[in-house]
Design a protein around this ligand. Structure first.
Ligand code: 4NP
Length: 162
């Protein structure tokens, strides 16, 4: 069965769309685009419809990652549509927990930090919105680390069903 993953941050214009785009590149390269569906959303809806932050798009493009997502707010139906909902920080996690309609939905919520291997000293993906260029580079470094782990987990899940 197709694995459906939703990345969630606050505004859905920096961290989570970058995670989605980076993961999509890894999934495409692994030949798993038919097995894994990716999306992203924000707990705050104020940027709904907007393209990703230009600073995030430029930093991602420099690493060969194209970001085409339009922001949207997370909604209750997402707990039915997705298998894993991955929060960038604890505030996002708590907001998702409050939105989750039942225990099954709560069990789908993860923290991105669980996938970090080389950066285990980071307990969350820091919001780069009010930061300089280094903030966006740090986000991409952390996302590269966690997305590699997530890809390995998904590869096993998808592979076991074949
Ligand atoms: P994101 O960054 O959650 O990584 O998309 C932010 C984007 C916008 C705002 C905050 C964080 N904002 O307050 O508008």
């Amino acid at each position: 069965m197709k694995q459906r993953i939703l990345f969630v941050c606050l505004g859905n214009i920096c961290r989570s769309p970058a995670a989605e785009a980076m993961m999509q590149m890894l999934v495409d390269r692994a030949g798993l685009s038919g097995d894994i569906y990716l999306d992203s959303a924000g707990t705050y809806g104020g940027h709904a419809g907007d393209r990703s932050d230009v600073r995030m798009r430029r930093a991602a493009a420099a690493r060969g990652i194209e970001m085409t997502h339009r922001a949207r707010q997370v909604r209750e139906e997402d707990f039915e549509r997705f298998d894993r909902i991955i929060a960038m920080d604890d505030n996002n996690y708590e907001a998702l927990f409050r939105l989750a309609p039942n225990r099954d939905a709560q069990n789908k919520i993860f923290r991105f930090r669980e996938y970090l291997r080389r950066h285990r000293d980071w307990s969350y993906i820091p919001d780069p919105y009010y930061e300089g260029h280094e903030g966006f580079e740090l986000v991409l470094d952390l996302l590269e680390d966690g997305c590699a782990t997530l890809l390995e987990e998904l590869r096993q899940e998808v592979g076991q069903e074949r």
